[in-house]
Design a protein around this ligand. Structure first.
Ligand SMILES: Cc1cc2nc3c(=O)[nH]c(=O)nc-3n(C[C@H](O)[C@H](O)[C@H](O)COP(=O)(O)O)c2cc1C
Length: 221
């Protein structure tokens, strides 16, 4: 698959088949992704691959936290206020997902069910947590994390695997530290789930949108 196709075709997958991912395949993806750029070639990212029983326990515990009404407290604070046009996009993706799942706006129970499914990480069979050593965590290190995560998603797509970068996966860092044994001296930056996409699921097929070039590009000559 050429790069342009991979970039345009990749999309966040929110419904997976049950089948596990061969460990060798994850290894190949990560082996490719280590060639991602980073500031000064520092390669400050650290990746934790979580599968099997530990992932199942983690998904349940993550879901339970949100069901118990415990507010997420990620290591990297999540901005709550966004400018209107960005908020509109954020609301737009939520609407697209719920429409694809046939959940009406006023269906509180349906929305709650979806939210808990999301905190159950869409029941994906694989999770990669990107962390950095607390001693080196900086905005630059976080840029590097973003770069390697996009590379992982593209390489996964090239192998027919689906992915979804998920803030919900790192909402409760204490869980990752206790259940997945991620040491306390790491900043847990972001997670990405992996698995075989359900190609028929409307939630994996709805039309996505992007701003037009002129909305965000300035040409200086
Ligand atoms: C840092 C980050 C965190 C995200 N967290 C979530 C999440 O918790 N749940 C979710 O369903 N999607 C999450 N997404 C996926 C975005 O909603 C998605 O990338 C965006 O809507 C664009 O859609 P696309 O990936 O299908 O092109 C996240 C994406 C990024 C980059």
């Amino acid at each position: 698959m050429d790069i342009e196709t991979a970039i345009r075709e990749r999309r966040s997958i929110r419904k997976f088949k049950k089948d596990p991912i061969p460990e060798e395949m994850i290894r190949e993806i990560l082996d490719g992704a280590r060639w991602s750029p980073s500031w000064g070639n520092t390669q400050s990212w650290e990746l934790h691959v979580i599968t099997g029983e530990i992932l199942e326990t983690l998904k349940k515990a993550n879901r339970q936290k949100i069901l118990d009404g415990i507010l997420p407290s990620p290591d990297i604070e999540m901005p709550l206020e966004w400018p209107d046009r960005m908020k509109a996009r954020y609301m737009g993706i939520g609407k697209s997902v719920l429409t694809a799942l046939d959940i009406a706006r006023d269906d509180r129970e349906g929305r709650q069910r979806y939210n808990t499914d999301m905190f159950h990480l869409f029941d994906a069979p694989g999770l990669i947590i990107a962390a950095t050593d607390k001693a080196v965590t900086s905005r630059y290190a976080l840029l590097d994390v973003g770069l390697i995560l996009q590379t992982i998603c593209l390489l996964a797509h090239g192998k027919g695997l689906g992915s979804c970068i998920m803030a919900c996966a790192i909402a409760y860092p204490d869980l990752l530290r206790s259940l997945a044994h991620i040491p306390g001296d790491k900043t847990i930056a972001m997670g990405v789930v992996l698995g075989w996409p359900d190609p028929e699921a409307p939630v994996n097929r709805f039309k996505r949108s992007r701003a037009a070039l002129d909305d965000f590009v300035t040409w200086i000559k």
